[in-house]
Ligand binder design. Sequence first.
Ligand code: NAP
Length: 248
Amino acid sequence: MFRLDGKVALVTGGSRGIGRACAEMLGEMGATVVVNYVKGETAAKETADAILAKGGKAEISGFDVADTKATETAIDEVVKKLGRLDILVANAGIAVDGLLLRIKDEDLDRLFATNVRGAITCARCAIRPMSKAKGGRIVFMSSVVGEMGNVGQTAYAASKAAVLGAAKSIAREYASRNITVNAVAPGFIETDMTHAMTEPMKEYILKVTPLGRVGSARDVASAVAYLCSDEAGYVTGQVLRVNGGMHV
Ligand code: NAP
């Protein structure tokens, strides 16, 4: 069950947090994992080393998903070097929070360039080799707030809702090529992104999370791993919520 031997997987933002857990889990399942990062080369190397230490195969690839040219070049190189691309986990993302009246244009542009345009660019690059191979898996990383909304997260929530629209549309467009496209919507997960949250905010989130605990990056990776597996072959255009029951 859930083996990915012989497959090549690209995890954007695989250097830290949720992406790192996804990269490690796909590596444990037998995939050759390409760990993308933008600034954290050392962290990306650590992720790749962790995969290699468990007997897996991994390499790193640094590019900014918001830079279309750099992304296209890097993904082309991956396909040329490794001969295929079976799995894309479009996970790279940033959060810029602020109440509506304080949202700046430059923050909106940066958020959408990374979280939306970046994810769609990666999917566009991955779809060619997947179409050629007549199969593939794309998983977009959305968020519980993309479905629920949240005070102070208008811009971020909008970017994560956009990702859901993209996932569902690409799922419909490429189903005939045997490519499944889904989204995972995590709740509150312990990573660098959430470390900056204030204590009262964290307490509130725990109160509205029926399972009563913060999620781990590994909780999210397990859902991603399932969607990337052969066993999930009849699942496409779906949103898998990993949120401790916060939104049902
Ligand atoms: P994180 O710990 O801040 O890690 C972000 C990752 O994305 C890092 O690997 C970072 O690379 C990479 N990245 C950021 N901008 C990039 C760019 N322009 N190009 C390439 N890589 C880039 O975040 P996280 O909490 O693991 O979040 C991962 C994803 O899950 C995001 O899409 C986030 O929106 C989503 N999510 C998180 C939570 C949560 O509670 N943590 C909840 C719902 C959804 P460097 O190391 O090079 O900086």
